[in-house]
Design a protein around this ligand. Structure first.
Ligand SMILES: C[S@@+](CC[C@H](N)C(=O)[O-])C[C@H]1O[C@@H](n2cnc3c(N)ncnc32)[C@H](O)[C@@H]1O
Length: 250
């Protein structure tokens, strides 16, 4: 997979490639990252890429021409001339979730477009952008942090990136549930003990306990996810068990 990021701050985005899971995936060439600065496509003095908004008002707007040229260049360099998906990170886009991230991971070539200032000329969105996605209902100063979030989330879903293939599938949202709670040594901290089942060595019981916790947590914290998910008979029973345990511990 190849990801191009169109950004006025390539140095900021390149930080994502220097650490951890994404850094290793780039070193192993499971994924490659291109950083494209629209200023390189400007023919204005001082490589300007913004101008005042038509109709007046505060702030500046990123212009169509340099962004369009940058996207065209990215398309032309698509590895194996694979279809390119152009994604604009924008507070006005659809809210990002794990399903969208998995879908991005299926693209051979993804272009992430980062806005700045008041945003980008709407005609670029109409002409060149395939999808608009948002991190959430708040406004960032630029799309770079959103692009870094997207890159990190995609890369950890790619085959071979995480040491244990199961690891990503057990994460929150993959099965429509939040993850179960995790514990590590020591067994006791300030009177708080590791649940005994986890040190019982009974793998079937551990699996059962983990699913019960995942169901219970999701029910308490994200009931919307439980509503969306068709619970099996066993899951329904585990959830009831979880709730009964909760009320008896109060
Ligand atoms: C200051 S914002 C522009 C906000 C725009 N005037 C609006 O209110 O919709 C500048 C850039 O930051 C990025 N951005 C801001 N908030 C975002 C969010 N929640 N998710 C993804 N990108 C965001 C977008 O690329 C946007 O073009």
């Amino acid at each position: 997979m190849h990801i191009d990021v169109i950004t006025l701050f390539p140095e900021l985005v390149s930080a994502v490639s220097e650490y951890g899971v994404v850094g290793r995936a780039l070193q192993r060439q499971t994924v490659s990252l291109g950083l494209i600065n629209p200023r390189d496509y400007s023919d204005l003095p001082h490589d300007r890429v913004d101008d005042r908004p038509y109709g007046g008002g505060p702030g500046m707007v990123m212009q169509y021409a340099p962004l369009h040229a940058a996207i065209e260049d990215a398309r032309a360099s698509s590895p194996g001339k694979q279809a390119t998906k152009v994604v604009y990170l924008s507070p006005q886009g659809e809210r990002l979730d794990q399903t969208a991230i998995r879908e991005f991971g299926r693209s051979a070539h993804l272009v992430l477009l980062c806005g700045r200032y008041e945003g980008i000329d709407e005609r670029l969105v109409q002409a060149d952008v395939d999808e608009e996605w948002s991190l959430g209902d708040y406004v960032l100063s630029g799309g770079e942090l959103a692009a870094m979030v997207v890159i990190d989330a995609i890369v950890r879903t790619l085959p071979g990136v995480l040491g244990d293939e199961q690891s990503a599938w057990q994460d929150s949202f993959e099965q429509g549930l939040l993850d179960y709670p995790h514990y590590t040594r020591p067994e006791s901290i300030q009177g708080l003990d590791v649940p005994p089942v986890l040190i019982s060595g009974d793998h079937a019981e551990i699996e059962r306990w983990r699913l019960k916790q995942a169901l219970g947590r999701t029910y308490l914290r994200r009931p919307d996810l439980i509503e969306k998910r068709q619970l099996s008979e066993q899951e329904q029973q585990l959830l009831e068990e979880f709730l009964a345990e909760q009320s008896s511990s109060i």
